[in-house]
Design a binder for this molecule. Sequence first.
Ligand SMILES: [Cu+2]
Length: 223
Amino acid sequence: MPENVTEQGDTVLALWQGSWVAAIAVGVVVWGLIIWACVFHRKRKGGGDDELPPQVRYNLPIETLYTVVPLIMVSVFFFFTARDEVYLDELSKTPDAVVKVEGFQWSWRFTTQYQGKQVTVSGIPGKDPQLVLPVSKKVHFDLHSPDVIHSFWVPAFLFKRDVIPGVHNKFQVDTLNKPGTYVGRCAELCGVDHSRMLFSVKLVPQAEFEQYIQTQSQAGSTP
Ligand SMILES: [Cu+2]
């Protein structure tokens, strides 16, 4: 898995791993039953061609078991998925930073608002924009598209969300204390230069972030 840099990513990873553990446990039981049937109920020497093992059609207890056990398994998957989805979609009314993300053919524009100041970074294909964010903070993303459907994907968030014209998609993350630069991509085929819709997310310590906002917002006010 890519390195994960948000609290929400921890939840995604735990759900993914838990699903695999459950799936492997079910798989082991199923494979075990198949092997058991193959070994102990194979056609034996001396057995006639017409000889069948005992048949269990219309056996109510077994039919009930076949119905109830999968229902329980689906319910368990459903419970954990729904619980984590609710958490991943949670929006605080007081995020530390708000980023307006505009995905367009074929790059990204990020407008970051932090304590009354605003910084805009815009890219073109071949010149990737960099979104600078503070560590250990709650960041809100508003996703907008002026043209076609894109998808905002930072692999290190273990998360992506579609950017749809006319639809206001949003989400929030709590960044972990993991300074570094992480790649971002468009994850929805959106046209000829889709593969060049790259960007990066740079997580920096609080003091460095405040200095960045201070200098960049001043630079931005110069015509
Ligand atoms: Cu795109």
